[in-house]
Each structure stands twice: as structure tokens, then as C-alpha cells.
Design a protein around this ligand. Sequence first.
Ligand SMILES: Nc1ncnc2c1ncn2[C@@H]1O[C@H](COP(=O)(O)OP(=O)(O)OP(=O)(O)O)[C@@H](O)[C@H]1O
Ligand SMILES: [Mg+2]
Length: 199
Amino acid sequence: MKIITVTGYKGGVAKSTTAIHVATFFSELGKTILIDGDPNRTALSWAGRGAIPFSVVSEKQAMKSIGGNDYVVIDTPARPDTNDLQELAEGCDLLILPTTPDVVSLEPMLQTAEDLGDKAAFRFLITIVPPYPSKEGEVMKIELKQSNVPIFETLIRRTEGYKKAALAGVPIRDLKIADMRKFWADYKQLGKEMMEILQ
Ligand SMILES: Nc1ncnc2c1ncn2[C@@H]1O[C@H](COP(=O)(O)OP(=O)(O)OP(=O)(O)O)[C@@H](O)[C@H]1O
Ligand SMILES: [Mg+2]
């Protein structure tokens, strides 16, 4: 069983959206469960509106539900406290820290990376990346690499599709709207990177 936790110190950076799509990726490989640890219950209500290819439970139901799963994905609320982050990191196989491409994010990210140190597998993930000709996503990736902050190569691009998918209660993979395959490809590519880390 592999445990993948999605967290971060900021709100609204696509943690829940990432948890849903990471779980969708793993559901193609094995039995997958998503634990919604966020009091907003974003993932639980997403699942409740439609059909997603894995089970979603609340934190309270987690204990009796995780047995027999190959992949456990945990969505969490924003956690500004690094002690919390360290504890989370030590309790999973991979910690994903979504972040949007803006300069103000940089300083706390460097601090977080330093605090997490080399005790746990963690990677920052740049999300909600604006389209060309904006270079914000690439620029942030380069800056983070130069600062030795562990980061996924994959950038998750911005699209209204995620809001539509949330409303329909499906992952973007299953939205019957033109162009969505291209955006789902972002999370598939992230999936390949995750598998390399988890092996
Ligand atoms: N790649 C994307 N492109 C465009 N919009 C996105 C993308 N990913 C997420 N969003 C939108 O951004 C908003 C915040 O996403 P989400 O709820 O996943 O963030 P969160 O970090 O879990 O927030 P919270 O801290 O409140 O739990 C949502 O409206 C979501 O639809
Ligand atoms: Mg959330």
C-alpha cells in the first residue's frame, strides 16, 4: 500500500483538485481510496455529485476503510505549521505540495523545503499555470530548481475544465468537452513521475 498526501500552507492552490486527479490516475493501476481530511469536504461533495472511479471517505471513516487498497490519497486543509507538515511527511510515502506560480509563494516554499529536509519524500507541484505567452510556470520551476527545492517537472495548466468537472462530480478525464484530454495528460504525466518516486 502506498500513501500519498496532498497538503500545503496555503488555501486555494488546487490541493483538493490534485487529490482527486492523482487518485483518478492511481485508480487505473489498483484499488484506490481518497481520504477527505478537509473540513470543507471538497472531495466528498465532488464525489457525491457524480461518479468518480475510486471511493472517498471522511477522516473518521478512514481507519475501517483503508484495508485492501493499493493506493491511499489523503487530501488535507491548508497547514501553515511546519511541525504539522513534518508529521504528515513522515506518515506517508510521498507528500505533494501544490503551489501557484507567484513570487510571494517563493519565500515560504524555501522555508518549508528546508524544514522538511531529507527525512521524507516530498515535491512541490506548480498548479493553475496560465497559458502561453505567460511564462510564469516555467520561470517558477527554474527558480525553485536553482534553489534546490524538490519539484515535479510536470506543470498543471489552468483550465475552466476543473470547475466544470467539480460541478459534474467527475474527474476532468471523464468530462465530455473538447480539449479535456490534453489537460488530463498533465496529471497522467505527473502520475509517471510519482510512480518513479514510489518504486
Ligand atoms: N488547473 C486548474 N485550472 C483552473 N482552475 C483550477 C485548477 N485547479 C484548481 N482550480 C480551481 O481553483 C479553486 C481551488 O481549488 P481547490 O479547491 O482544489 O484548492 P484547495 O487548495 O484544495 O483549496 P482549500 O485550501 O480551500 O482546500 C477551485 O475553484 C478549482 O476549481
Ligand atoms: Mg481543498
